[in-house]
Structure formats: structure tokens, C-alpha cells
Ligand binder design. Sequence first.
Ligand SMILES: Cc1cc2nc3c(=O)[nH]c(=O)nc-3n(C[C@H](O)[C@H](O)[C@H](O)COP(=O)(O)OP(=O)(O)OC[C@H]3O[C@@H](n4cnc5c(N)ncnc54)[C@H](O)[C@@H]3O)c2cc1C
Length: 498
Amino acid sequence: MKPSAQPVPSRVHAFARLTEAPLDLLVVGGGIVGSGVARDAALRGLRVGLVDMQDFSAGTSSRSSRLLHGGLRYLEQGRVGLVHEASVEKKTIHRIAPHLGEPLGFMFPAYRGEGRPLWQLRIGVKLYDLLCGGRNFQPSRGFNREETRALLPDLDAENLSGAVRYFDALTNDARLVLDNLRSAERHGAALANYAKLTDARPDAAGWVATIADAAGTGTHTVRARTIVNATGPWADQLRPSAVKLRLSKGIHVVVDRSRLRVPSAVVITEGKRILFVLPWGERIIIGTTDTDYRAAPEAVVTEADDVRYVLRTVNEFFPQIALREADIVSTWAGVRPLIANPDGSPSDISRAHQIRSPQPGWWDIAGGKLTTYRLMAEQAVDQLVRHLGIAAAPCRTAEEPLLDPTEIDAHSGLIPPPISAAAVRHYVGKEWVQHLDDILLRRSGWHYYHRAEALPLEDIATWTAEAAGWSPARRAAELAAWHALKLDPWREPALAAR
Ligand SMILES: Cc1cc2nc3c(=O)[nH]c(=O)nc-3n(C[C@H](O)[C@H](O)[C@H](O)COP(=O)(O)OP(=O)(O)OC[C@H]3O[C@@H](n4cnc5c(N)ncnc54)[C@H](O)[C@@H]3O)c2cc1C
């Protein structure tokens, strides 16, 4: 349970704007898809509101592998159109938000008699380059066995035949959401996190939505001519949603960079599955898993078996490293909102997206991935502009920089900068912070980058209290709520023993 709050003036103002006159569009869900829709619609001149029942990006959009990628492995499944679409988008996002897209080389080793042969990988990465709609960040290339060993000295060399290298980009998923929202707000959108849509009914003018604010201002009625359901893994829970999902869980572990000598990202395989070893500043991110998930999306956690699977796979490829649980700095778990297809394993299910209108003025937008959010938003807003019958401006999100250069600073990048009071003031003043974990997990990502015991938690709580005007009691309640989150249940002996 989050501590209750005295609403800050900006929040009271946001609700006043959400309720003062009918909106053209109410977006439900402030993950990457909802944020992209809100920004696109606001840029076209629509009156836009957006609500999220948790913090912005707290759903799947702060729990991904953080890649802007076409999805090399979908080529194997013959999904050339999907790869092309995502490959073009990865370059578009890099162009509009270079601070959130760092090109990254991926070494994909090949072994004689196992997995994909080198010749097949060589063809695959050349095709992958071509599918970028122009040039990839850098051309792919092949390496023979000796070159591969020189670049990846800790890689298992038995039966190694060589490697290929191709390029995707590393992003920061939560920051991508927040920067889309900053842009949406600058273009007039009214935004509220911790605000849940509890009911939506059609009326003559569109929709009447009931929004419950968990952070202090009560329950509100919001009128909107259209509603977009962008609730990711929750998308089949809203009425009148017609979405059918198959949820799949994925986890990541973070270790110190010093534990694994890798000059670039490395692709490792386990059967048909692909895992990534991703350099991230002074750390390495390793993931991910892909397993059917049937519990509530908000309850997803890393479990001991997930951690063991990731460590076992990475240790097979880097046997001398022998990563252990004690090496792990942090983990996170997320739920993929995949469009239902009861057949096949989760890894086989398409990452294609779906935009449907089950009732006039209501759209469900589901599936897809972080990389394709901008295109999903463009297609959804095109449809609802036609429905509204208004002369809106054309879509500008493929050209318009995500932020003004003056808005980009050390607080909004890929790697968490040193923790400071100034950074906390920035997050509280400009980025809708309501609780301590909003800062530690999503605004800064500090929790994932530092061992829990190395985080100056008391200082961070004090700086946040000063910036947000919290009483001593509220500060203490926020610290207690943080500890109660128990983000690493797999470290607890009872679970680990199972
Ligand atoms: C392990 C993993 C790795 C991934 N890696 C990548 C990757 O590297 N690259 C890539 O392109 N994609 C990746 N993806 C996919 C990508 O992360 C998701 O497709 C994307 O984040 C989904 O965004 P979303 O906005 O649809 O959902 P979400 O981010 O979950 O947002 C939905 C929001 O709706 C809110 N909500 C729900 N119900 C209500 C309600 N009643 N009222 C108000 N708000 C509500 C929730 O609180 C939530 O914040 C990965 C996914 C996972 C799980």
C-alpha cells in the first residue's frame, strides 16, 4: 500500500484540466504505447488527457531488455515484414531521440554441429541490414574463429567456428516513456499517474469515464469523445475491450561489468531461445526469459528458477566466468502483452500489434513492442482522427525531435548519473513524482544500477521530502513502503530453496 498524499498543486491542476471540458481523446495507460499515442495526438492539436493507475511506465515499459531492435530472430520465422517495420522504427527513434538510442554491436557466435551455422548467420545479418530501409547503424560483418576469440576471450571456444556482428541500439525504456510524456504535456496534454479508470460508458457525445485518484484528489468524471485502451498486459480487463492476450514473463539480471569481458553485446542461445548480454555503463544486463504467465500482471516478480536459468545459460557460454547469485546487483521482471495465439511457445508468438475498435469511439491498441510504439501510435491516431472528423495536423512524430535540446540533460539518459539532490529536484519538479520508488526505479533507475546496500537511501528520501514538501511522517512512510516492496524475493531463503 502506497502512503497517501496531500496532492501537489500541479496534480490538482491536471485533474482540473482533465475534467473542465470534454477531451477529444482520453488515453488509458501511461506505458510506452499510451505515451506515444498521447504525444502524437497532442502534436496534431487534439485535446488529450492520459491516466495511469500506477506510476508512468511502471507496467511493462520499465521492465524490457531496453533494445531498439528489428528482431533478428523473427527472420528465422519468415516474418520479414515485421522485422522491416521494427528496423525502420529503431532508426526513427534513434533520429528523434539520440539521447535514448545508442547503437550497439551484437556478436553472435556460431558453433560447429550446434545451433545456427555460421553461413546462415552471415546471410541473416546481411538481410537484417537491408531491412532497415536504408543503412543500418553500421554494416554487419563476419569474424573467423581467431578473430572471435580475440574479441571475446572468455567465450567457450570448443567447436567455435566464428561469429557475426550486427547492430541494434540500447535505449532506456522508462525514460522513453517519460520523455514522450514531457513532450505530450508541452503540447497541451493533461497527465495523471496513480489515476485508475474504473468505469467507462458511452453517451451521445462519446464516453463518460470514472477516474479514481490514488494520490489524494478523489474520484473524477472525465468526458471524452474517444478513448484509447493502451493498458498493455491489463488490456483485456477493461470494458468494452475486445483484446485477447497471452501473457509471457521475462526477467533480467544485472552484474558488474568487471565480471564479464565483452566489448559489445553478445547473443547467446538456449535451444530456440535467444538471450542477450548487454553492456550498460559499468554494468551488464543479461536476459531474458520467455515463459507463459497467468497471474496478475502487477504481481510479476523474479523467481529463483528464473535466475538459475539465466546464470546457467550464460555460464555455458562463458564457463570460466562462473557467475553466481552473489554477483547479481539487481533483477527485474516484466510481462509481455502478446496477442493471443494458443499454439506454440511464447517465443514463437508474433510481436505484431493490433488496433481495433470494438465500439464507436473506443480503440484497443495491444501487442507490438517498445521499438514499434511510435508507428502503433501513428496508426491509432490516424483512425481516431478520421472518426472525429476533424481537420487535425498530419502526424509529425517521425520528424519532430522528442525533446528540445535544452530539455536533455544528465537526468534523462541511458545510464544513471551519480545520485544528487539536484537530480531529485528535477524529477520531483518536472516528472510527476508521487512516491520514492518513482525516483529509485523509473526516473533514475538507480535501484537497478547500485547494490541495495550502496544506495544512500536516507539521503534520497530527505532530498525527495524537501523537494516534494513531505512531512517527516510521510518521509518515514515512503521509506517503509520502499522496504515493503521486497523487489528481490528470489534472494529470500524460503523461495530460493524451492
Ligand atoms: C522481458 C521483456 C523484454 C522486452 N524487451 C523488449 C526490447 O528489448 N525491445 C522492445 O522493443 N520491446 C521489448 N519488450 C516489449 C515491450 O516492453 C512492451 O511491448 C511494451 O513495453 C508494452 O507497452 P504498453 O504501453 O503496451 O504496456 P505497459 O507498459 O504495461 O503500460 C500499460 C499501462 O496501463 C496501466 N493501466 C492498466 N490498467 C489501467 C486502468 N484501469 N486505468 C489506468 N491505467 C491502467 C498500467 O498501470 C500500465 O502502466 C519486452 C518486454 C518484456 C516483458
